[in-house]
Design a protein around this ligand. Structure first.
Ligand SMILES: Cc1ncc(COP(=O)(O)O)c(C=O)c1O
Length: 359
């Protein structure tokens, strides 16, 4: 056990009490509704966090990269959804090898017959079947077929050998643009209902649709609970962050991830300089508000800008050597900046945990 004051700074911290409460609350809400919870692992990339999510009832994980898939498979996690298009020969080979070596356990996401063709050819040549979900655009307009072309695209992809449709997927990320919580939740429900209607259209066309998968932290109180949705994929909830406090997904005292920093200089009055900048926090801005992060326990102090290793605070009452704890704007981006974190209870770091599968 190391007192926070004895840690090298900057340091990435995760508050265990908050982490455990966040994991239990989300798992409890999903279990009560009978909806499967498949958290996105990109938020923590940390096995010590992931195994706690599994112990609380998560059915498996959502991944965004091949490295995340490979890392979780090395821990024996047998139900993974790679929610990105396996595009290019290396990703195609990775998927086919991963399924062949582990006897399944991986579902991929597709939204076009063009991206499906090389995967089909490789799967067929290897004598395996790759399960996939069809990604549907319910408003985010990133990946995903338009709902009206879902049946045609699913039919075209499913006619290729070596691929098997399991269901549909959407990421209702567009609802984060809504600052008003009731409007956000209504948009979340609308996205869920749209995906369910696509699943029904596919069933009418003769497909067996077992997975209707939605996922985001802002949407985690609405979208998964639309009747017909089978699973939800929130990720950020495990730590929450400043963006999620703004969206009303959590309160500041639920934010489990912080960066510990030390005031290094107060040469300019009211402008303390800390030893944590963009390379500690990531440069994800807080939507609509700007700034690098929130200063925990010091609402009177702001963190408007940073260089790589210098953070510019604005506020009074801080002296050289003082410690501050900063809540990142976007927990997932901050995680990817670090190779390890300190798990803390109160003012003590109790363990040092590895962060895996980073770029
Ligand atoms: C496909 C997909 N599913 C789930 C999530 C999790 O959303 P959140 O980070 O809001 O929890 C994301 C996040 O970007 C995503 O891209």
């Amino acid at each position: 056990m190391i007192p926070l004051a004895a840690l090298p700074t900057p340091a990435l911290l995760v508050d265990l009490d908050r982490l455990e409460r966040n994991i239990a609350a989300m798992a409890g809400a999903f279990a009560a509704a009978g909806v499967a919870l498949r958290p996105h692992v990109k938020t923590s990339k940390c096995w010590e966090v992931a195994r706690r999510q599994l112990a609380a009832g998560a059915i498996g994980f959502t991944c965004s990269t091949a490295a995340e898939v490979a890392w979780l498979q090395s821990h024996g996690v047998g139900d993974l959804l790679w929610a990105h298009i396996p595009i290019g020969p290396r990703k195609v080979r990775f998927v086919v090898d991963a399924i062949a070596q582990h006897g399944g356990g991986l579902t991929v996401s597709l939204d076009s017959v063009e991206a499906a063709r090389p995967l089909s050819a490789s799967a067929f040549a290897a004598g395996i079947t790759v399960p996939f979900v069809l990604e549907v655009n319910t408003g985010h307009a990133r990946l995903g077929v338009e709902p009206s072309s879902a049946v045609a695209t699913a039919t075209a992809i499913a006619s290729l050998p070596g691929l098997r449709l399991r269901g549909v997927l959407t990421h209702e990320g567009h609802i984060s643009a809504l600052a008003d919580r009731p409007a956000l939740e209504e948009a979340g429900s609308t996205a869920g209902a749209l995906l369910v209607s696509v699943a029904d259209a596919l069933r009418t066309a003769g497909f067996l649709v077992e997975v209707v998968s939605v996922g985001s932290t802002p949407g985690a109180t609405s979208t998964p609970f639309v009747p017909g949705v089978t699973e939800g994929r929130p990720g950020t909830y495990v730590y929450y962050d400043a963006n999620q406090t703004r969206l009303g997904s959590c309160t500041l005292d639920q934010c489990a991830q912080t960066v510990l920093a030390t005031v290094a200089s107060v040469q300019r009055a009211g402008r303390p300089i800390i030893d944590a900048g963009i390379k500690a926090m990531s440069s994800d801005a807080i939507a609509a508000a700007g700034g690098v992060g929130l200063v925990l326990d010091r609402p009177d102090v702001t963190f408007p800008e940073a260089n790589e290793e210098h953070g510019f605070l604005v506020g009074s009452g801080l002296a050289v050597g003082d410690l501050v704890r900063l809540v990142p704007n976007h927990a997932c981006g901050t995680t990817n900046m670090w190779s390890h974190l300190y798990a803390v209870r109160g003012d003590m770091a109790v363990e040092r945990w590895e962060i895996s599968a980073r770029y």
